[in-house]
Each structure stands twice: as structure tokens, then as C-alpha cells.
Design a protein around this ligand. Structure first.
Ligand code: GLN
Length: 381
């Protein structure tokens, strides 16, 4: 059968490929981003309790009220912004669903969408499926900062949306005040919409300010701001996230969300609402928790020939391996996994036009023993 694909150039995501290769070769998996330690036992207890209590049927389409109220309270605590739980907060099946729904709500055939490479790999296919064109702006090592003049120059009459991601996967770059101000100015000046992918919002290191599109009132008026409880509570497999957007944008968002999933896993919504209400220190302590892991991993790798790049946030560490090998990054990651039993992610796959650099990404959301075992191998290469 011949089938005309709507995504002819898309293959299986690098995350599935590398995790599968790691499993096949019993490699230490520092590729796909997920913790290898257990979430808080209270969270698991809540999940079990709510399920036992019979909360196993469809949740309301926008999410259960207690969770939406806790999300509104979290936004208020972290960014001082009052959002309406009823009209501006929607619970989604992970940030992935929120991204897809928001892109589908905004992008029509012929629209251009600005994305920054290396870009999280779900953005471009969602844009393409909606008939839009992704306009890629490349960010470069070592600090991957955005040149806002370059962004202004890339805006055309067709530009509808700009997708930003801070703290940034895969580079660990974090927007500063100037970045947010420049973004806000361009969005307002050109009547754009913004998707602010903030799934690593609570992982900002070195006492830097944790800023969000929520901090910038006029930007927030034109933004879909999304986050992921998978990251915040170490439960990536629960696929629970949310989108905060003004009422009019939320109404459009829900028109699509209701037919993509209708609603998300009910007991998990109650369990996360319980954590946000009673264990909010877990959220405020996340930056210190992961900063410790970043520093531990860096110090363990001191004896290696990898050169680490700056990491201001997220749970990812980039490393330049050019002192070790001349292989391209995809081949190097395969070699590292099959020959040395440590899996990482090549950076080039996140670019439309990859620069000629030898850089890979490690996930350090791992137990100390995992990081030690991986570093021991890496130091011998
Ligand atoms: N966000 C995770 C990462 O960057 C993986 C998500 C996924 O596997 N789809 O590694």
C-alpha cells in the first residue's frame, strides 16, 4: 500500500531510539529525560488512596477543580500573578498534549511559527500537521543565548506564533530579564501569540531568578504557558501537565483538548493536588535538589576528556566530546551505548540545520550510584 504521509521526514523520536538501544545493550541510560529514583511515597499513597476511594471515572474536561485551584495558587506563589482557575487553567495529559493543542488552536495553513533550535522535537511536527511552517533560528554553543535582533529580522507578515522554552531542553540555558522583556516587546509589536514551554520552571540554579511568562502581564495576555507535573514530581510516566492562558485563548484550547483526550487520569489529578496543597516545599526545593545533582555529576566527570558546557537549569548537561572522538554525534552516542554502556542523546537531532559540533546531552536526574557508575566509565574513555 502506498500512503501519502503528512509527516514524510519524521521518524521515531530519538528518545525512543536511545532508550531502546540502552535497554538492548544494558547500558546506563542517561539519554531520555526521566528520573531513575522513586517519587515521594506520599504521592504514591495519595494515588492509591484516591483510586481506592472510587475516584476512577472521567474527570471534568478542564481538570478537577481542586487541582486547577492549586495550580492557580502555585502561579500566584511563584510569579505573583492571579489567574482564574475556572477560566484560565486547563489540566492536560502531559505538556506534550498542551503543546499540541495550543499549536493546533493557533496555527492555520500558511502561518509561520518561530522556533529556536535545538528545539524540543514535538514542536515542528505539530506545526506541520496544522499546515504551518516552522521558521528555525539556531542557537549556538557554548551559551545558546537568543539574539533578539535576529528574531525581529525573522518576523514577517505571516508570523503568527513564537515558541519559547526556558529553562531550555536540551541546552540548560535560562532566559534572563532582558530575554523576557525583548520577547514581550516583539509579541506586542507584531501581534504574535506565544507558547511558553516551562516544564523545567522549578529547576533554575545558582540563585538566578525563576522567571516565567507569568511575570510579564502583557506577554501573558497573548501566551499559552505550560508545565509538567512529570518533571516537578518525578513522575514522567503519569503524563500530567497543564496550560495557563487568558480566557479567550483557553476557550479555544479546550475546544481541541476535549476532542484530543477529553480529560486526564483522575486519581493522579487528586494526588498531585494533594501534594501541591500539603507538600509545596517539594516544589520550592527542586532547584536545590537538582543543582546538587548537576554539581555532583560535573565533579565526577572532572577526570574525563569531556568538556562540560554551562548548565543554568533543567536536568540536562551538555558535553563536548571532540577530545575523544571525531565521530558525528549520532554515531558517537550509538558507539558510547553499545561499546561503553552509557547512553546519551546527540544534539544535532534537535536542529533543522545542525552545526558541525561534537556535543551530546546527558540527563542527570539519576541516583548518585547511577551517576557514579556512568562517570567511572566516561572517565576511562
Ligand atoms: N523530555 C524528555 C527528554 O527530553 C523525553 C520526552 C519523551 O521521551 N518524549 O528527554
Amino acid at each position: 500500500m502506498t500512503f501519502k504521509s503528512k509527516l514524510p521526514t519524521v521518524g521515531t523520536t530519538i528518545f525512543s531510539q536511545m532508550s531502546q538501544l540502552a535497554a538492548q545493550h544494558q547500558a546506563i541510560n542517561l539519554s531520555q529525560g526521566f528520573p531513575d529514583f522513586a517519587p515521594d511515597s506520599l504521592l504514591l499513597q495519595y494515588l492509591s488512596d484516591y483510586s481506592q476511594q472510587g475516584l476512577n471515572q472521567y474527570a471534568p474536561m478542564p481538570g478537577i477543580a481542586p487541582l486547577r485551584e492549586q495550580i492557580a495558587a502555585l502561579v500566584q506563589r511563584c510569579y505573583g500573578r492571579a489567574v482564574c482557575a475556572e477560566q484560565q487553567v486547563t489540566v492536560t495529559s502531559g505538556a506534550t498534549e498542551a503543546l499540541f493543542v495550543a499549536i493546533s488552536a493557533v496555527v492555520a495553513p500558511g502561518d509561520e511559527v518561530i522556533v529556536f533550535d535545538p528545539a524540543y522535537d514535538s514542536y515542528a511536527p505539530a506545526i506541520q500537521l496544522n499546515g504551518g511552517t516552522a521558521v528555525h533560528i539556531a542557537l549556538n554553543a557554548p551559551d545558546y543565548r537568543i539574539n533578539w535582533q535576529q528574531v525581529a529580522d525573522a518576523i514577517t507578515a505571516r508570523t503568527k506564533l513564537i515558541v519559547v522554552n526556558s529553562p531550555h531542553n536540551p541546552t540548560g540555558m535560562v532566559f534572563n530579564l532582558n530575554d523576557w522583556q525583548q520577547l514581550q516587546q516583539l509579541v506586542l509589536q507584531h501581534n504574535l501569540y506565544c507558547i511558553s514551554d516551562e516544564v523545567y520552571e522549578h529547576m533554575v540554579f545558582d540563585a538566578a531568578l525563576q522567571l516565567s511568562a507569568n511575570n510579564f502581564a502583557e506577554l501573558a495576555q497573548r501566551s499559552f504557558i505550560m508545565s509538567s507535573f512529570g518533571k516537578t514530581f518525578h513522575v514522567t510516566g503519569w503524563k500530567l501537565g497543564y496550560c495557563v492562558a487568558p480566557g479567550a485563548l483557553t476557550a479555544e484550547f479546550r475546544k481541541i483538548h476535549q476532542y484530543v483526550t477529553f480529560s486526564s487520569f483522575t486519581p493522579a489529578q487528586y494526588a498531585i493536588a494533594g501534594m501541591l496543597q500539603h507538600q509545596s516545599q517539594q516544589v520550592s526545593g527542586l532547584a536545590a535538589f537538582y543543582q546538587y545533582k548537576r554539581d555532583q555529576f560535573a565533579s565526577l566527570l572532572q577526570g574525563s576528556r569531556l568538556q562540560l558546557l554551562p548548565c543554568q537549569g533543567t536536568y540536562f548537561q551538555l558535553a563536548d566530546y571532540s577530545a575523544i572522538s571525531e565521530l558525528d554525534d549520532v554515531a558517537f552516542c550509538r558507539w558510547l551505548t553499545t561499546e561503553h554502556k552509557v547512553a546519551a542523546i546527540p544534539l544535532s537531532v534537535f536542529y533543522n540545520q545542525p552545526p558541525q559540533r561534537r556535543i551530546i546531552r546527558f540527563c542527570f536526574a539519576k541516583q548518585s550510584d547511577t551517576l557514579k557508575a556512568a562517570a567511572e566509565v566516561l572517565c576511562q574513555i
